[in-house]
Each structure stands twice: as structure tokens, then as C-alpha cells.
Design a protein around this ligand. Structure first.
Ligand code: HPA
Length: 287
């Protein structure tokens, strides 16, 4: 159990440190860049780079291809705070560790979050290289960041997860897909702890449960963001068919290669999405 006062104090200290490093920049959108999608951070202009390890109480990411730093600056005319790499349960981070940077973003005044990842397709109609906007999630990580803290005072303990991915942001992503011509699916995301990939039987079971995609991140971040009233857009790059689908046996190399091959498409989508998001008026309570 993390005590309420202790968590608030940690967030205050982390926010002070991050504010000092980003100077006069005032980010309004948070972006989490997942596996293979980290290179987008290089496109952020007038950027301040802050390694996670230089922010008090932040864990450093250890996953391959996850740089592990905040990048704050201008993207498509909007001041954003990107996480170039994320924290995962499978690398020994607690659910609160995973949630921490989301609450930190919220402390800095960010009310909109785009969380991205690489995912396997459970839906056999999807194709490798497609993007998939999450329209709902199934959290099978067995973890929930709110369960591990004295949440009273930070925000309500019980809160709705209905439309946890904001319908207005999903509509924006659909518009961006039309504008850019990039293939974007919309489906249910299922999160597992990992790091083992799933078995064939698990993937069959996940399909029966209603999942379209599967990966090892995102769910806890979305819960943390909704807990404090942030609006969330979730988007996966389909890097592989999930285990057993079309004979697939997922591997890291394939995931990396597909990420690299879709860098430009991802950038085009994000350049269409971010300014539209900034144009939306959202009203969400802060922590
Ligand atoms: N399963 C779990 N995580 C993943 C996958 C997958 O097939 N692809 C990318 N991340």
C-alpha cells in the first residue's frame, strides 16, 4: 500500500524536477511511444530531453528499443510531453510505477493522453502494418494501479471505465486515417503481463472474450489516466498476427522490423491527430 500523502509528495517532487527541466514549455498532450514507435520523439522540435532516471521516483525503462526519457517540445504545432519508451509490469515495475508518469503528466496540466504500442492481431482480418485504435480494453494483467494505493484524496476510489477510450478522440483518429490514407482498424485491446508471448489456446480464448489485439502494456496506464479524468486515445501498430493465427509464432525481431517499416505512416497519423486533439475543448478535473 502506498500512502496517499507519500504518493502526493512523490508526485510533487517529480513534477517540480520535470518542470525545472522543461522550462517555459507548457505541454497539453501526453504521448506514450511504445515498441518500434520511439523514433517519433526525434521529430519533436525545440525539445527538452529528460531521462526517466533524472526524475525523482520514476523507474528507468529496461525494455529493448525503449529509450526511457521524456521529450517535451513542439509537435505539429502543439506542445507535447512524450515518453520515449514506457514502463512495463514484465520488467519488474509495480502497477503504481507504471501509473506514476501518467499522474505526473496530469500534475503538469496535461488532460489528454495518447498511448501507443506494438500489438499482435487476434482478429484474423487485420493485417500486419495496420494501426488499430482501441475502442475498449480487457485488462488481463491481473493488476490495477488504484488497488495498490490509498486512493482517497488523489481521486475517487471507484470510477467508471465506460468509454475509457474517448469517443471524440476515436473520431479524430478516424478522420486522420481518412486524411492520410493509412489503414486504421478499430477494436478491443487485451492486455497481458508478459513477457512470454501467449499460447495458441490463450489466443483462441481471447478471441472468444472479444479481443481484437493483444500486447503487454497500456491497460494500467489507461486506468491511471481515467482515474484522474484524463481523456485517452489508444493506438496499436499491428506488428504480427497473434500466436497460432495464420501459423504465427510472435518474435521480437518481427515486431522491431514492422515498427521500423511503419515509422512514416505513424508520423503522418500523429501529425493529423495531435492538432485536432489540441483543438478539442476538454474539461477534466486535475489531481
Ligand atoms: N503478444 C503480446 N504482446 C505483443 C505481441 C503479441 O503477439 N505483439 C507485440 N506485442
Amino acid at each position: 500500500m502506498v500512502e496517499r500523502n507519500e504518493l502526493a509528495e512523490r508526485l510533487n517532487r517529480a513534477a517540480d524536477a520535470l518542470r525545472r527541466r522543461i522550462g517555459a514549455r507548457r505541454p497539453t498532450i501526453g504521448i506514450i511511444l511504445g515498441s518500434g514507435l520511439n523514433p517519433l520523439a526525434e521529430k519533436i522540435e525545440d525539445a527538452a530531453f529528460v531521462p526517466f532516471r533524472e526524475v525523482p521516483f520514476m523507474r528507468q525503462s529496461t525494455a529493448d528499443g525503449h529509450v526511457g526519457r521524456f521529450v517535451c517540445g513542439d509537435f505539429a504545432g502543439v506542445c507535447v510531453l512524450a515518453m520515449q519508451g514506457r514502463l512495463h509490469g514484465y520488467e519488474g515495475c509495480s502497477a503504481v510505477d507504471v501509473a506514476f508518469p501518467i499522474w505526473l503528466m496530469n500534475r503538469l496540466g496535461i488532460r489528454q493522453l495518447v498511448t501507443t504500442n506494438a500489438a499482435g492481431a487476434v482478429n484474423a482480418a487485420y493485417q500486419v502494418g495496420d494501426f488499430c485504435v482501441m475502442n475498449d480494453q480487457i485488462n488481463l494483467t491481473g493488476r490495477n494501479p488504484i488497488a495498490n494505493l490509498d486512493a482517497a484524496g488523489l481521486a475517487e476510489r471507484f470510477f467508471s471505465m465506460l468509454d475509457c477510450f474517448d469517443p471524440r478522440l476515436r473520431a479524430i483518429a478516424r478522420e486522420a486515417a481518412l486524411e492520410t490514407g493509412v489503414r486504421v482498424q478499430e477494436g478491443v485491446y487485451l492486455g497481458v503481463l508478459g513477457p512470454s508471448f501467449e499460447t495458441r489456446a490463450e489466443i483462441r480464448a481471447f478471441r472468444t472474450l472479444g479481443a481484437d489485439t493483444v500486447a503487454m502494456s497500456v491497460c494500467e496506464e489507461v486506468i491511471a489516466a481515467r482515474h484522474v479524468g484524463m481523456s485517452v486515445l489508444g493506438m496499436s501498430l499491428i506488428t504480427n498476427m497473434a500466436c497460432g493465427i495464420q501459423g504465427s509464432s510472435p518474435n521480437e525481431e518481427e515486431i522491431r522490423d514492422v515498427g521500423a517499416s511503419r515509422e512514416d505512416a505513424f508520423e503522418a497519423l500523429m501529425r493529423a491527430i495531435v492538432p485536432r486533439m489540441a483543438g478539442e475543448a476538454f474539461c477534466a478535473p486535475g489531481v
